[in-house]
Design a protein around this ligand. Structure first.
Ligand SMILES: [Zn+2]
Ligand SMILES: [Zn+2]
Length: 209
């Protein structure tokens, strides 16, 4: 997801293609918040970093869970081979930040909420963007920490993978129940792997809020 043309929430595989198709300048992205390192949340960064190296040299930051630099550097070395990546890395204005419990980056204040998703877990974010609070789950099992994530948020982007039991992800009934417990929040459900439900987002959708 891209917010205000300057912020990414995770970075799945068609990232650069989708930004171009939506007319969003990939060079305008200042901060990338990663919730965890699974492929469907990170693979889009392999071509993205080349755009930022060869087409637009403005600095940008990748924020993520503990070990973000080590994990992403290993990924980029795999993607581009060690020799190319060493060259690229030396010229790329990329900074890594471990998210910790809270922080502020490029004018965006944030808090993190630890969610449940496999051995590495998932870092949910509460982001204050121009004074408005956006909550973003990334991938998670239904867990009590989601209440804290969405508390007081104007907007919540929550994963809702599918109907019935979903391995280490949110089933629809849990996502809808979370919505109904916090009706003051506007919901967008994403990460939907089959079918659709109320408040579902679709690819390449632009929403004004
Ligand atoms: Zn995942
Ligand atoms: Zn995922």
């Amino acid at each position: 997801m891209c917010v205000d043309g300057r912020l990414l929430l995770d970075a799945g595989a068609p990232l650069l293609t989708h930004l171009h198709r939506l007319g969003i300048d990939p060079g305008g992205i200042e901060t990338i918040f990663l919730t965890h390192f699974h492929a469907d949340h990170t693979l889009g960064l392999a071509p993205f970093v080349l755009h930022r190296l060869f087409r637009d040299k403005r600095p940008f930051t990748i924020v993520g869970p503990t070990g973000v630099e080590e994990r992403m550097e290993a990924f980029f070395r795999f993607a581009w081979h060690d020799d190319f990546w060493l060259e690229f890395r030396a010229r790329l204005p990329l900074t890594y930040v471990e998210a910790g419990e809270r922080g502020e980056l490029n004018g965006i204040r944030y808090e993190t909420v630890a969610l449940k998703h496999g051995a590495g877990g998932c870092t949910g974010y509460r982001l204050w963007i121009d004074g408005r609070l956006l909550a973003y789950s990334g991938d998670t099992e239904p867990t009590p920490e989601l209440e804290q994530l969405v508390e007081g948020a104007e907007i919540a982007i929550i994963e809702a993978t599918g109907p019935g039991d979903q391995f280490s992800h949110m089933p629809w009934d849990a996502a809808l129940a979370l919505r109904d417990r916090h009706p003051e929040t506007r919901y967008f459900f994403n990460h939907i792997y089959e079918g659709t439900l109320e408040n579902a987002t679709e690819d390449l959708t632009v929403v004004e809020v």
